[in-house]
Design a protein around this ligand. Structure first.
Ligand SMILES: Cc1cc2nc3c(=O)[nH]c(=O)nc-3n(C[C@H](O)[C@H](O)[C@H](O)COP(=O)(O)OP(=O)(O)OC[C@H]3O[C@@H](n4cnc5c(N)ncnc54)[C@H](O)[C@@H]3O)c2cc1C
Length: 377
């Protein structure tokens, strides 16, 4: 093992996105010596639609005092709407009004808010990339050549997680993308470049095992598409350009389109090993129907912290407890993946027809499950 041992920590968290920031924050507030290794300096860009549900807002309010007012002051909130529309490219399939608002955020500012809280909590944040993890000796080696030992290691390093890959290399978990991941494309368009509504819209029946979206912001409209079935980005790009054209955007091909991986039902049943835990996208925790990941990143971060706190004297038992705490989430992910396969997984025209029938019957129930309540977990 290369490198000099730099320092020992109670917990090393790799990645400072919503999952890692939550885990680090909770642990540092409890007085643990926490190191966050984050490869990028914040604010950093993260490809995202930026939609928050009510349960995420409730979670934020539990953890950060004055969460909503801080989001307001820092200009995190771009738009909010109780109305939403589910449609095919040319027809409205369902128009709903939720009890709570869907809140659209600026992701860079949102993650910076959490990062600032993390720093205030006393956690040490180091801008450095984890390049290797030694599972046996509980050590992380960084690109700056530093070696850190942690009593616990939390892998919060996103959809291409190096920590998950290290565990997969030992056949402890599946590698990222084994169960189901989606290729996701997104573009940010000036709102006055096309005819955009003031509420979020979801487009069904365009792709198999996925959907497209159009979310309002204060100045930009976020348009995106994802599919767990289509792995060729050129096909998704063509479809996204068509959607932009249909919204009246001139020269859609001139807009920058970016691609990312959404671990869309790529959840690991037991996301960890002994004192090493996976959280958020690293554990494949984007919800399998709509791809919501921010909430599950926060909640898994928080549950991983709870498992660590309860296993301080028995670190090797931590992943068992964490898996137990995550049980309800994993079981709901399994059901939603099955539901997706039976609906969005159908050929697009059949999916559209089935949603036309199902939405008036199920929309209220689905809306309730998607919006919250957070206390249910
Ligand atoms: C196109 C798209 C649209 C989406 N839209 C939404 C949406 O509208 N609403 C929603 O809820 N979810 C959405 N998601 C999902 C959501 O973005 C993720 O689920 C969420 O970001 C997961 O948080 P995380 O903290 O686990 O990972 P991330 O936010 O990816 O954070 C991981 C962090 O780890 C750091 N890192 C990575 N590797 C290393 C390393 N080796 N060493 C050190 N640091 C490292 C990264 O720099 C990053 O800061 C979307 C995803 C995509 C791709």
């Amino acid at each position: 093992m290369a490198g000099i041992m730099n320092k020992d920590f109670d917990a090393i968290v790799v990645g400072g996105g919503p999952a890692g920031a939550t885990a680090g924050l909770v642990l540092a507030r409890e007085g643990l010596k926490v190191l966050i290794l984050e490869k990028k300096s914040f604010p950093r860009f993260k490809l995202c639609g930026g939609m928050l549900t009510q349960k995420t807002i409730e979670f934020g309010q539990e953890i950060i005092p004055g969460f909503m007012s801080q989001m307001d002051t820092r200009g995190v909130i771009e738009a909010s709407s109780k109305t939403y529309v589910i449609r095919s490219t040319d027809k409205i399939l369902y128009k709903g009004r939720s009890k709570y608002s869907f809140v659209l955020i600026n992701r860079e500012k949102y993650d910076l808010l959490w990062m600032d809280q993390l720093k205030d909590s006393g956690a040490k944040v180091s801008i450095d990339r984890a390049v290797q993890v030694d599972i046996q000796d509980s050590r992380v080696i960084t690109s700056a050549g530093k070696t850190y030992r942690g009593r616990f290691i939390i892998g919060a390093d996103g959809s291409g997680s190096r920590i998950r890959k290290a565990l997969a290399g030992k056949k402890i978990v599946q590698p990222p993308g084994s169960r189901s991941s989606a290729l996701a494309l997104e573009t940010f368009v000036d709102r006055n470049a096309g005819g955009f509504s003031a509420h979020p819209e979801l487009f069904l029946g365009m792709v198999r095992d996925g959907y497209a979206w159009s979310f309002p912001g204060s100045r930009k409209q976020v348009m995106g598409i994802c599919s767990a079935r289509i792995k060729d980005g050129r096909i998704l790009k063509e479809l996204l350009l068509e959607l932009l054209g249909a919204r009246g955007v001139a020269n859609p091909e001139h807009h920058k389109i970016q691609a990312g991986i959404l671990p869309y039902g790529d959840y690991e049943k037991k996301p960890g090993y002994k004192n090493l835990l996976l959280v958020g996208d690293a554990a494949g925790l984007a919800e399998p129907l709509l791809g919501e990941g921010i909430y599950y990143a926060h909640v898994s971060g928080s549950l991983s912290a709870r498992a660590v706190l309860e296993c301080l004297t028995k670190p090797d038992r931590c992943s068992d407890l964490y898996a137990q705490l995550m049980g309800r989430i994993i079981s709901s992910m399994r059901k939603r993946l099955l539901f997706r396969k039976m609906t969005l997984g159908l050929p697009p025209s059949l999916a559209e027809k089935s949603f036309r029938i199902l939405l008036p019957l199920l929309a209220r129930k689905l809306e309730y499950k998607i919006q919250g309540p957070h206390a249910g977990i």
